[in-house]
Design a protein around this ligand. Structure first.
Ligand SMILES: [Zn+2]
Length: 192
């Protein structure tokens, strides 16, 4: 005869049966180069770091007091600068990286980006490690890589300090949003 007590004795809720759930634990690894200072860099990368420092001068950052400068080198040798541009309506501002990249999109359509440097400065405290990019900028950088079919070298420069160098945005944003079925997959046809 079935009884309530018998039911609870033999019933095992599904969420307790964990041994049958298939799960693979995976990981990403990132290759990057670390330099103690810009003196260790190749001449063109060192020069680009100094350009990024110059870009700090155009930062409009009265709210965060955190200046960010970017210098982007194109295959033709041109260097395009960008700096963070803040706004009283905070979300309306834009990071230095995207300011530079969208300038390139508008002014140098079809240009190939070789490398870019990001640096930062604030009077409020001493920055002791290289400042890296936000996720939104990484997604935009990934779009430029897709468009040009070539990886971008990214350097993070701590002024008077260390430099980190990464080749390719995938290393910085391994789960980058990609969906080739959206829009035209032949991005070359959209180059200016
Ligand atoms: Zn950003």
């Amino acid at each position: 005869m079935f009884s309530i007590s018998t039911f609870f004795l033999y019933y095992v809720p599904p969420h307790f049966i964990v041994g049958t759930i298939a799960m693979n634990k995976l990981n990403f690894s990132v290759d990057y180069e670390a330099y103690e200072g810009i003196e260790e860099l190749a001449a063109n990368d060192k020069s680009l770091c100094l350009d990024a420092v110059q870009a700090l001068n155009t930062s409009w950052s009265p709210y965060s007091n955190f200046k960010v400068g970017t210098a982007v080198r194109l295959a033709g040798g041109e260097v395009v600068l960008g700096s963070n541009q803040e706004n009283l309506a905070y979300p309306s501002g834009l990071c230095a990286e995207r300011v530079a990249l969208f300038t390139i999109g508008a002014k140098y359509p079809g240009a190939i980006i070789e490398s870019m440097v990001i640096t930062a400065h604030t009077d409020n405290f001493k920055i002791t490690t290289p400042v890296t990019c936000c996720g939104a900028c990484l997604q935009v950088m990934a779009e430029f890589e897709r468009k040009q079919g070539k990886e971008i070298g990214v350097l993070f420069y701590c002024i008077d300090g260390k430099v980190l160098k990464v080749q390719g945005i995938k290393s910085l944003l391994p789960f980058v949003f990609v969906e080739d079925r959206l829009g035209n997959t032949d991005l070359t046809s959209h180059r200016g």
